[in-house]
Design a protein around this ligand. Structure first.
Ligand SMILES: [Zn+2]
Length: 482
């Protein structure tokens, strides 16, 4: 089990199974891309959002030597902490006031950890006083709990946009490059045209919609596809079956977001679309936190957000797993300091071969609530179930399964919901049952239930494993079998 779990984590970032465009090949900007870039950045500038200027600033910073880059990030952090402690009412009260009687506010590790529930309960007290003008609330979907509102302004939004575009530029994808975007809600026709986005709505990923998307990729040759991991995986699976002979790549790059990318999903996207997958990590509260570089490492956007890994409230060593805690240094309306985002992960001890000075995330495990119990009562991460799907994908028809959700009722009782594909058979159901028993114990009672459709969550995400409603929660502080 230990080896299997390590493999799942290690394979995430370094698993090229097909040949890609040469690493580092930078496509020159086309005339239409230039038009869309100028329109988009110009329109944003008129709204008081200097995205282009921040983008150039980020590109200049990333050319710094590692020591100079670390110094820069440390200085930005100190300015953020001084600002937050003097301007944010919550940080002058309760456990914060107590902590700063003993320690220096400029020392990040002296700050109490900020929990999601605290943000929900004290949103107004987290807004800086006096409040920067023109602020607004960005609401999160609440897919991991109750909805959360984070206040931002044009400046914070500009940094968030600029960091994200900078990650695309690492792969030679320009601002204004044509994009097939899998999205659950449209931005509006004009905004989409300016940004050169072609939407594919994820509320209905039925064959006619997916077929139209495949035809769009063949005809319009977008520079990249962007969308939630599970939605893009479904598109790739469809393309593999519906257009097996179409030349690959159907699209050069796929940027995935919003969900943990598991090895089987990376493999399916590579096989189905022939695309280079770009993994990202982030949250609505801070924006994009990390981006995969051309050498395959998931780098932290450290000028924008600091990542700490904590266990029992204390930082762990590089390479060790723990709770991911984020401090955003670009939001002056609602500065979140040491925000425990609810994911677990670890930082790498090794720098990336690409030479970028940004720290490297060695693995993201996803939500701390994703632990499921074996029949013997041992907590094991649900991501292991992805290995079953990976094996079925590799050895069976890609049209066997459309969607699968593994649902645990108690430590010995499981239901596997299956939305079958045209090539589904009982033997596939047998493989699913065997797979669950192999990981969670042969005593498990596993029932496969074939359903006509497995709906997505309102956000457009689709979890492929979960505890059934009413099942007892596991303690998130239990050690992983690593
Ligand atoms: Zn790198």
């Amino acid at each position: 089990m230990r080896e299997l779990f390590s493999t799942v984590l290690e394979l995430r970032v370094h698993e090229p199974s097909i040949s890609f465009l040469p690493v580092g090949s930078v496509m020159s900007e086309t005339a239409p891309e230039r038009l869309h870039r100028l329109l988009f950045l110009g329109a944003q500038r008129m709204r008081g959002r200097p995205i282009g200027r921040y983008l150039r600033q980020l590109q200049a910073w990333e050319r710094l030597a590692p020591e100079a880059f670390q110094r820069l990030c440390a200085e930005r952090m100190v300015r953020t902490l001084e600002y937050a402690s003097s301007r944010v009412p919550l940080y002058g009260s309760g456990q914060w006031r107590e902590a700063f009687q003993r320690a220096d506010v400029r020392d990040l590790q002296s700050w109490p950890v900020l929990e999601r529930e605290t943000i929900q309960a004290h949103t107004a007290e987290l807004i800086a006083q006096p409040t920067p003008r023109g602020h607004y609330f960005r609401r999160t979907s609440g897919s991991s709990g109750t909805p959360l509102g984070v206040a931002m302004d044009a400046d914070a939004a500009s940094w968030a946009w600029a960091t994200d575009y900078r990650g695309l530029l690492w792969h030679g994808i320009h601002v204004g490059a044509r994009c097939l975007r899998l999205i659950h809600k449209r931005e509006g026709r004009v905004a989409e045209w300016i940004r050169n986005l072609h939407p594919l709505l994820t509320d209905d990923l039925s064959p006619p919609r997916l077929d139209a998307a495949v035809r769009y990729m063949q005809a319009a040759r977008p520079a990249y596809v962007s969308g939630y991991v599970t939605a893009v995986t479904e598109l790739a699976r469809y393309a593999r079956v519906a257009a097996p002979d179409a030349p690959r790549p159907l699209v050069p790059f796929v940027k995935v977001l919003g969900e943990v990318l598991h090895p089987f999903q990376r493999q399916e996207i590579e096989q189905g679309l022939g695309a280079r997958v770009i993994e990202t990590y982030g949250c609505n509260e801070t924006g994009t936190v990390g981006y995969e570089c051309p050498a395959g490492s998931l780098h932290v956007f450290a000028e924008h957000v600091e990542v700490e890994i904590l266990r029992d409230g204390q930082p762990v060593g590089l390479g060790e797993i723990g709770d991911i805690v984020l401090t955003c240094t670009t939001n002056r309306v609602m500065p979140l300091v040491r925000y425990r985002v609810g994911d677990r992960g670890r930082l790498s001890a090794d720098p990336c071969s690409c030479g970028r000075p940004h720290p490297v995330i060695a693995g993201i495990e996803g939500r701390t609530g994703d632990l499921l119990l074996t029949a013997a009562g041992v907590p094991v991460h649900g991501a292991l179930l992805g290995d079953i799907l990976k094996q079925i994908t590799a050895t069976s028809s890609p049209a066997a399964l459309t969607r699968v959700v593994f649902e645990q009722h108690d430590s010995r009782t499981w239901t596997v919901l299956v939305q079958p594909g045209p090539d589904y058979s009982d033997s596939i159901g047998g493989l699913l049952i065997d797979g669950v028993k192999k990981i969670y114990g042969k005593e498990c009672q596993v029932t496969v239930t074939v359903v006509p459709e497995i709906p997505r969550e309102p956000s457009g995400k689709l979890r492929y494993y979960r505890r059934a409603a009413g099942a007892a929660p596991q303690s998130p502080s239990v050690e992983q079998p690593l």
